[in-house]
Design a protein around this ligand. Structure first.
Ligand code: AMP
Ligand code: GLY
Length: 436
């Protein structure tokens, strides 16, 4: 069978690599892919991004199944277009993807279905928003409503920071153009204390198959300092999600979300990602929903998955996720993101990457090679691999305990370099500090 992966990051490289291992998959196409997917055995890049072109390609090539990586095409209705053309695709429709694409939708949905999350209010009027901040005080969180590529959230420790964020989000036309209906809105919400974790499940509209838990590192610099990024590293499993917390998350958050979407007539199928804040007493609350796999969470989750991903996706599309289980490597996985100079504000592209491992050998996969370099923003230039995006590589390792996965990943990082390379040296610190 032929499959298509839509996207160009390390998450999509991991998806393509994993799908290529299925004995039932002959060809994996990645649209548009990167320099890593271009050379992954069994994989081939296709230089397409427009939805109409992807539909035409899937028809002509008789693609058996398509899986979508990033949020952009989901919010643009790629799943609706594929389904209308009678093509099999795993991901939420545009309406269901609002769980991610509209914070306002997500927050009112959670309120309607009693899913625990921070108290919030939505404003389009700046004066009313300022007054609300005055009445609530700090710390408080100000979020732009709409996809804002990570720039849309300010955790304000003082009221002054919150006021400045409101001015920037409601006053600045460059942010306002991102909203579909042309009006800018902000969501102002209660600050939640605790530890974050990513809880991602495969959902077929009705049934839920939870994947292994993970934890991201959103800030650019060691010690969780610096600006928010797309994610600088991750590990799986997340020990903060104990079996008791796992049950609470399924019972209080994931099941009500899936049932609520179905009851509202917009059943969710796809990867449902709950970004959680877990307080000291083990109470989970939702920071945000995403309608896709996380990146870099996908790299560690898929690296630990020993089941055939193609088969899981088939069950998901057929609505039979209740009949399967996912199997996991018992070792932990940890990934370190290598980012371009200037990331996240203004990544500089073009530097040549040195020390990449030799092209992957399919025989190695059978022995469960414990390290892998997934490509994100890379492109080939004059026979070399060069930086072509903000996050460049995700260097991933398995190990038991987690400290060994961390060592494996950082040993592999040592061998790689490019001018201005940025990365964190403390990925995994929370799990290692608390639990050794
Ligand atoms: P989001 O884009 O909503 O995931 O927010 C980005 C980051 O801001 C999250 O990963 C959290 O670290 C932080 N954050 C967002 N909302 C809250 C909140 N209500 N309380 C505390 N931290 C938050
Ligand atoms: N790593 C966070 C995300 O994918 O949204």
């Amino acid at each position: 069978m032929k499959v298509l992966v839509i996207g160009a990051g390390a998450r999509e490289h991991a998806l393509a690599w994993k799908l290529a291992q299925s004995p039932r998959v002959q060809n994996v196409f990645v649209a548009p892919g990167n320099a890593g997917t271009a050379h992954e055995p069994g994989c081939k890049n296709v230089a397409l991004t427009a939805i109409a072109d992807l539909v035409a390609f899937a028809r002509t090539e008789q693609i058996a199944l398509t899986v979508v990586g990033p949020e952009g095409p989901l919010a643009d209705g790629v799943v609706d277009a594929f389904r209308a053309a009678g093509l099999r695709i795993f991901g939420p429709t545009r309406a269901a993807a609002q769980l991610e694409s509209s914070k306002d939708f997500a927050k009112s949905f959670m309120a309607r279905h009693h899913i625990p999350t921070a108290r919030y209010r939505t404003f389009s009027d700046a004066a009313a928003a300022h007054a609300y901040v005055e009445s609530e005080g700090a710390p408080i969180v100000v979020k732009a409503d709409g996809l804002a590529a990570g720039k849309g959230v300010v955790v304000a420790l003082t009221s002054a920071e919150a006021h400045a964020a409101i001015d920037a989000m409601l006053g600045d036309q460059s942010l306002a153009v991102q909203y579909a209906d042309g009006t800018a809105r902000v969501v102002i919400e209660e600050f939640m204390a605790g530890e974050e974790a990513s809880f991602i499940a495969m959902v077929d509209g009705r049934h839920v198959l939870p994947l292994a838990t993970s934890q991201d590192h959103k800030r650019l610099r060691d010690g969780d300092l610096g600006p928010n990024t797309g994610g600088m590293g991750a590990y799986s499993p997340a020990p903060v999600v104990t079996p008791a917390v796992h049950n609470r998350v399924m019972h209080d958050i994931i099941r009500p979300a899936v049932e609520g979407m179905a009851r509202e007539g917009i059943p969710f199928s796809g990867f449902l990602y709950a970004g959680l804040m877990i307080d000291g007493a083990g109470n989970p609350r939702v920071v945000e929903f995403n309608a896709r796999l996380g990146d870099p969470e996908a790299e560690v989750i898929l690296f630990r998955l020993t089941s055939d991903l193609f088969e899981l996706l088939e069950h998901a599309i057929e609505g039979t996720l209740d009949t399967v289980e996912a199997q996991w490597d018992r070792r932990a996985a940890l990934t370190v993101v290598l980012a371009a100079p200037g990331y996240p504000e203004a990544p500089r592209k073009g530097a040549v990457i040195r020390g990449l491992p030799a092209r992957s050998d399919p025989a190695q996969d059978e022995a469960r090679d414990p390290t892998r370099v997934f490509h994100a923003g890379t492109a080939e230039r004059d026979g070399a691999v060069a930086v072509a995006g903000g996050r460049v590589l995700a260097v991933t390792a398995l190990g038991e305990p987690l400290r060994n996965a961390q060592r494996g990943a950082y040993d592999a990082v040592e061998r790689i370099g490019f001018d201005g390379m940025q990365f964190r040296r403390d990925i995994g610190h929370r799990a290692l500090k608390v639990r050794g």
